[in-house]
Design a protein around this ligand. Structure first.
Ligand code: ADP
Length: 598
């Protein structure tokens, strides 16, 4: 191909490009007539190319466009001209026109009816190129940009609030749904939140927000229109305005259950593909019909809640009340928002988990501290125990001597001697001290762990039999009511007998004028109970807690250690000792011993 042909071809391609451009462009001759117009201009004014070319460009605009300034000086005044362009249908469209000088030497001369000289000096800017922009489209784009910006700013605000505020998981879930439905938020009518339940392998409806009918919606949207735009004021308005009205949607959400193994289900797929979807009434996809029947509405959007650690759940949102279609922008922001929410939900869950662990750790720490304190107390008690054993031991011999001399004095002094009475008092007090020391040493003596299987009924009967003579003498009737025949208890029989003896002796002491003594055994669930009941006066309610405490006694010569030792013995067998006042008359002292587990 020759150079000339080559150039010709290139010019044809450029011209082709100009004619087919969607941008509205007009090339104007030096005489102000249209030399060429792009497809964009033809579409804007609804005229074929042939009807535009050759006509004065000025007449196309209102007010008429004058390109003289541009042609002569290279710029128009003003540079950006706000005009209206006339369409073939008689409409006037607002446009912005920018004019630029343009070199077209030969064409220019011929176009203007002046023959070209071919001299390079003729190559001056004699044509103009007009760029026209449809301001309606620009305004629409601006609106779209403003809407995007507002939504982005809300998203930013929400994510800051969701992360920064110390919200509970329930509050986070609520906040997510509020933002989807709030006027300042994504503006959906209703929103449903479904969460993955890993245990059951189900996606389950958890929470929903939205009015149940148009009247309610009108009232709420009117109420909310005056509220501030930040998350917290939205949540407060929600509490006041919407909370009572979302009964219907929450009834719906309770029915939403989808097995996660239904992989073709539109919700499960949306989660797996990590992609929000818009469903319209005509679409036939697995699961769509069920969701539509739950919603009672055909068009809805689904957005997955996904985090790095996995699938959390999904959001379903619709405009069932207003009937507005869901736009691309709505879907885009629902997805963006779902991503933010998923992280916030996960964070809140982790936070709650962390808090639980912290509480458990604190409890364990406190328990450890208590155990340490108990250990210290026990150490101190053990030291005290050893000391008292030594003191008791050291006191016993001098006491025996004092007691012996005092008794000798009582014997040797005449009854009317004033010292006789003193000696008698010394004898009595020394006797009391001897009892205390005897019981104290008994209490302190290390327990022997001699255990064998003992028939408890037999043990109880044998121990009671030892008191037969004394009972007869004191006119006390004995009743053996043993109902644990053949039951064997693993115990130290000597120690259990000691406990029973203590109970029996106390009972006999409180029935100085005779009465009735019952020895009972009963089989319980996992244990056996032995009780000694008397018909004495019982004990005062106020001392019930102290009966088993060391040194509690109401007897003039008592040590107050008998029941303490009993309780100690029973505890060392893994059982419990107790006391009660009987409903009619008297008291019952008992213990329960555990039976060996099968
Ligand atoms: P002591 O016999 O040296 O007083 P115990 O520890 O055996 O020591 O008994 C403590 C107290 O429990 C007695 O002083 C008495 O007040 C009360 N008590 C014990 N057995 C009975 C009973 N069968 N009826 C009423 N009170 C009792």
């Amino acid at each position: 191909m020759s150079d000339e042909r080559n150039l010709q071809r290139r010019m044809e391609i450029v011209a082709e490009g100009f004619f087919h451009s969607a941008l509205p462009l007009i090339l104007v001759q030096p005489d102000g007539r249209i030399l060429a117009a792009s497809r964009g201009v033809c579409e804007l004014v609804k005229l074929p190319w042939g009807r535009l070319v050759g006509n004065p460009v000025g007449a196309l605009f209102v007010p008429a466009l004058d390109v003289t300034d541009c042609r002569d000086h290279g710029v128009c005044n003003p540079e950006y001209m706000q005009l209206e362009i006339q369409t073939s249908e008689g409409a006037l469209l607002p446009v912005e026109v920018v004019c630029r000088k343009f070199f077209a030497p030969d064409l220019g001369r011929e176009g203007a009816g002046i023959p070209g000289t071919g001299d390079p000096a003729d190559r001056e800017p004699n044509h103009c190129l007009l760029y026209i922009s449809d301001t309606r489209q620009r305004d629409h784009d601006d609106e779209l940009r403003a809407a995007r910006l507002a939504k982005l700013s809300l998203l930013n605000q929400v994510s800051e609030a969701l992360y920064g505020a110390n919200l509970t998981l329930d509050q986070v879930l609520e906040a997510v749904l509020i933002c989807i439905t709030a006027g300042q938020g994504l503006r959906f009518n209703r929103a449903f939140l479904l969460l993955v339940d890993e245990k059951s392998g189900l996606l389950k409806g958890e929470l929903a927000i939205g009015p149940s009918n148009a009247d309610e919606a009108a009232r709420i949207w009117h109420d909310l229109a005056y509220q501030g735009g930040d998350l917290f004021s939205m949540m407060t308005s929600y509490d006041q305005s919407i909370k009572q009205t979302d009964v219907a949607v929450n009834e719906i959400v309770r029915h939403m259950v989808i097995p996660l193994d239904q992989e073709s289900n539109v919700l499960v797929r949306s989660m797996q593909e990590r992609q929000a979807r818009r469903i319209t009434p005509g679409m036939i996809l697995p699961g769509v019909a069920t969701i539509q029947s739950w919603l009672g509405y055909g068009e809805f959007a689904v957005a997955p809640l996904i985090t790095r650690s996995g699938m959390l759940g999904a959001i379903i949102a619709d405009n069932a009340i207003s009937g507005n279609t869901i736009t691309d922008l709505d879907l885009e922001f629902l997805q963006l928002f779902a991503n933010q929410s998923a992280s916030a939900i996960e964070n809140s869950r982790l936070y709650t988990e962390l808090e639980k662990r912290l509480i458990a750790l604190r409890k364990a720490h406190e328990k450890q501290k208590e155990d340490q304190e108990t250990l210290l107390r026990m150490e101190r008690l053990s030291v005290m125990g050893e000391t008292s054993a030594i003191v008791a031991h050291e006191l016993r011999n001098p006491l025996v001597a004092i007691g012996g001399f005092a008794r000798a004095l009582v014997r040797n002094l005449d009854d009317d001697d004033p010292n006789h009475q003193y000696a008698a008092i010394i004898t009595e007090e020394v006797g009391r001290m001897e009892t205390i020391i005897h019981d104290l040493l008994d209490f302190i003596r290390p327990q022997k762990l001699l255990r064998k299987d003992v028939a408890i009924d037999q043990l109880a009967a044998d121990t009671a039999a030892r008191f037969r003579e004394e009972l007869e003498k004191k006119h006390i009737e004995l009743e053996l009511d043993c109902q644990a025949p053949g039951v064997l208890v693993s115990c130290n029989p000597g120690e259990i007998q000691q406990v029973l003896q203590n109970f029996l002796m106390n009972a006999i002491q409180v029935m100085a004028d005779g009465g009735r003594l019952e020895v009972r055994t009963r089989l319980l669930d996992g244990g056996v109970k032995v009780e000694v009941c008397d018909t004495g006066p019982g004990f005062a309610k106020e001392v019930a807690d102290k009966l088993f405490s060391p040194f509690f006694t109401t007897k003039p010569t008592g040590s107050g250690l008998g029941l303490t030792i009993c309780s100690q013995i029973i505890k060392s067998h893994g059982g419990v000792a107790g006391a009660r006042n009987r409903s009619r008359k008297g008291a019952g002292f008992s213990f329960i011993l555990p039976l060996p587990k099968e």
